[in-house]
Write a protein that binds this ligand. Structure first.
Ligand SMILES: [Zn+2]
Length: 198
């Protein structure tokens, strides 16, 4: 992160980490959360219940970095947990924010207004190359945006798109967005190698 905090800056802002799959978003997210935990700040991390790839109460990167998190089914459930907290919260992390309901964006903004540093992580585009909800609004609302690129699986160039592969070929656009399937995988691809699903 390249910004410098002016000592007179009041606490409370939004940091968005975004990009395509395999861009290292989750590692960057975990790295930032850990810095505040090492400093004994009060940090809470949330993730949507939809993502059960690794551990239910952890955020895990593909490379194995892990941080404790609370799985929630909705923005309301997240706010209920925050409001019950008696200790002052310094930092809130939210992973996979594109899978939360749309109330999360206003909630994030209100938490930042209250003086909390909110670090959010999410994909900016789905595999059809359409904008993901929540991240689309946070791209202009956040004070700090880090948009990370991956390496194209086909040509080795800079990749900012995610190609969904089902049974060895690019998925069609009408296939369900979330499928747990052994024959499904994702590849980071550049503008030129990406094939728009038809
Ligand atoms: Zn390419």
């Amino acid at each position: 992160m390249s910004y410098r905090i002016n000592p007179s800056t009041k606490p409370g802002w939004i940091e968005l980490i975004t990009g395509c799959m395999f861009s290292g978003k989750t590692e960057e997210f975990i790295r930032r959360i850990r810095r505040y935990r090492y400093a004994k700040q009060k940090v809470i991390v949330f993730k949507p219940i939809i993502d059960q790839r690794y551990y239910e109460d952890k955020v895990a990167s593909h490379s194995g970095m892990i941080v404790d998190s609370i799985p929630v089914a909705s923005t309301k459930e997240m706010l209920d947990i925050i409001n019950k907290e008696t200790e002052k919260i310094d930092v809130i992390g939210i992973d996979e924010i594109q899978f939360f309901d749309e109330a999360v964006v206003d909630a994030v903004s209100e938490l930042a207004d209250q003086g909390i540093l909110v670090i959010v992580n999410g994909l900016d585009k789905d595999y059809r190359n359409d904008a993901f909800k929540n991240v689309d609004r946070l791209l202009f609302m956040a004070e700090y945006v880090d948009k990370l690129a991956a390496i194209c699986y086909v040509c080795g160039g800079n990749a900012n798109r995610t190609q969904r592969i089902v049974d060895g070929v690019p998925a069609k656009k009408d296939e369900p967005l979330v499928v747990i399937s052994a024959n499904e995988k994702y590849e980071a691809r550049c503008r030129h190698c990406y094939i728009k699903p038809s």
